[in-house]
Ligand binder design. Structure first.
Ligand code: F6R
Length: 357
C-alpha cells in the first residue's frame, strides 16, 4: 500500500533514505574504500578500456552522472540515449552498461544487444532481479531500491547514481586507474541517507511550488554534477505536472534558450560546488531578463543571497549534493502536480515500462 501517503510517488520519495542504505549496504570496505559487489567476481572489469552507458529517460540522466564519475576516475566513458546508440563493428575493448530500472525497456535492450554483437562485455544495472536485462547481460548489478510503483522514477534514480558511483570506483580499481575521482565521495555516500532525510522532512518545496504555480514555463539549470539533475528536474516536472519544463546546461543558456526567459519563467539553478561561480553569472543573466531564480543550494551559499528564493540542500560533495537537489526537485514536482490535481502516480500517456522501440 501507500503507507499513509496520498501517492506512491510521495511514499517512494520519502523511502529514499532506506533505499539508499540498502543500495550501499555491504558494498564498501570501510578499511581501504574498496568496492565489492556480491554478483561480480574480482577483476570482472580488468580488460575494460572504455565504458558506454546506454539508457532512456531518467536512467539516461543517471548514466550522465555515472559517465562523469568514470571519466573523473580516469576511464574513458560516455552516456548515450539507447534509441540513438551506435558503435564500431568491433567493440571488444568496451564495457556496455545497460542502466534500466525495469530491465525491460526495449530501446535499452536493443542497444545492449547491439553492443554484445559487436563483442562488448555487457553489464545490466537494474532494480529488477530476473529482468530481461539482468538475464541477457554478461553480469548484473542490482540497485536494491525496492519496488517502484509510481510511473515517475524517483528512488530508483538516486539508487542508480549511488550504484554507479561505486561501480566507477570498482572499474577504476580493476583496470588500475589511479585518478582520485570525486574526492570524499565515500564519506558523502555514507552520510547520504541522513542528508536525504533532512531534505524530505523540510517543507520548502511545497511553498515554492505554490509561489510559482501558473508560470508560463519552468527552467532548470546546472553544470558539472548538477547538469544531469537539471535535466532530470525538468523531466520529472513536465511528466507529472504537464507544464512546460526544460533543463539546460547552465553554460548553454546564452547560446539560445535565453530567448525564452521572461518574468513568467522561473529558473531553478542548482549549485553543487562544481563550477558554481559560472552558474552564478548565468543566474545574473536570467535575472536581468526579469526571471525569478530559485537557488537549489546549501544554506549560506553565495547564490542564496543573489537568488529570489531558496530550496536548501545539505552541504556535501558534488555528486551527493546533486542527488539532494534531485530529491528537492522531486518534491517540487510532486507538490506542483498536487496543486494542479494531476494523476501523479499514472500521468497521462505514460507507462511504467516501455517495451516498444
Ligand atoms: C521518468 C521515467 C522514464 C524511465 C525510462 C527508462 O520518470 O521513469 O523516463 O526512466 O522509461 O526506464 P527504465 O529505467 O525502466 O529502463
Amino acid at each position: 500500500g501507500k503507507g499513509g501517503y496520498d501517492h506512491y510517488m510521495l511514499k517512494e520519495i520519502h523511502s529514499q533514505p532506506d533505499a539508499l542504505t540498502d543500495t550501499l549496504s555491504g558494498r564498501v570496505n570501510p578499511g581501504d574504500g574498496g568496492v565489492a559487489f556480491e554478483s561480480l567476481p574480482d577483476g570482472a572489469f580488468a580488460d575494460v578500456e572504455q565504458v558506454r552507458l546506454v539508457a532512456c529517460g531518467t536512467s539516461y540522466h543517471a548514466s550522465l552522472a555515472g559517465a562523469r564519475l568514470l571519466r573523473q576516475a580516469g576511464i574513458p566513458a560516455h552516456a548515450e540515449l539507447a534509441s540513438e546508440f551506435s558503435l564500431p563493428e568491433s567493440a571488444d575493448d568496451t564495457l556496455a552498461v545497460a542502466v534500466t530500472q525495469s530491465g525491460e525497456t526495449a530501446d535499452t535492450l536493443g542497444a545492449v544487444r547491439a553492443a554484445a554483437d559487436a563483442g562488448a562485455q555487457t553489464l545490466a544495472v537494474t532494480n529488477v532481479v530476473g529482468s530481461t536485462a539482468a538475464r541477457e547481460c554478461d553480469d548484473a548489478l542490482f540497485i536494491r531500491a525496492g519496488p517502484e510503483i509510481g510511473v515517475a522514477a524517483t528512488k530508483t534514480f538516486t539508487s542508480q547514481v549511488a550504484t554507479l558511483s561505486l561501480l566507477s570506483r570498482r572499474i577504476a580499481a580493476d583496470v588500475g586507474a589511479d585518478a582520485p575521482g570525486d574526492a570524499g565521495i565515500l564519506d558523502g555516500l555514507d552520510a547520504l541517507p541522513g542528508d536525504v532525510r533532512d531534505v524530505t522532512t523540510g517543507d520548502a518545496a511545497r511553498a515554492i511550488a505554490n509561489r510559482y504555480r501558473g508560470s508560463d514555463a519552468y527552467f532548470f539549470i546546472g553544470r558539472g554534477a548538477a547538469h544531469s539533475v537539471a535535466l532530470e528536474g525538468a523531466l520529472k516536472f513536465k511528466e507529472i505536472t504537464y507544464e512546460h519544463a526544460e533543463g539546460f546546461a547552465a553554460g548553454e543558456l546564452k547560446h539560445g534558450p535565453l530567448a525564452l526567459v521572461t518574468p513568467d519563467t522561473p529558473v531553478f539553478a542548482i549549485f553543487t560546488g562544481d563550477g558554481d561561480e559560472q552558474t552564478l553569472t548565468n543566474v545574473e543573466e536570467v535575472q536581468s531578463r526579469g526571471a525569478p531564480v530559485v537557488a537549489v543550494a546549501p544554506d549560506g551559499h553565495p547564490a542564496v543571497d543573489v537568488a529570489d528564493d531558496h530550496l536548501p540542500i545539505p552541504d556535501t560533495v558534488p555528486t551527493c549534493a546533486s542527488l539532494l537537489a534531485a530529491v528537492q526537485l522531486q518534491l517540487l514536482s510532486y507538490h506542483a502536480a498536487e496543486l494542479l490535481d494531476r494523476a501523479i502516480d499514472k500521468p497521462r500517456n505514460l507507462a511504467k515500462s516501455v517495451t516498444v522501440q
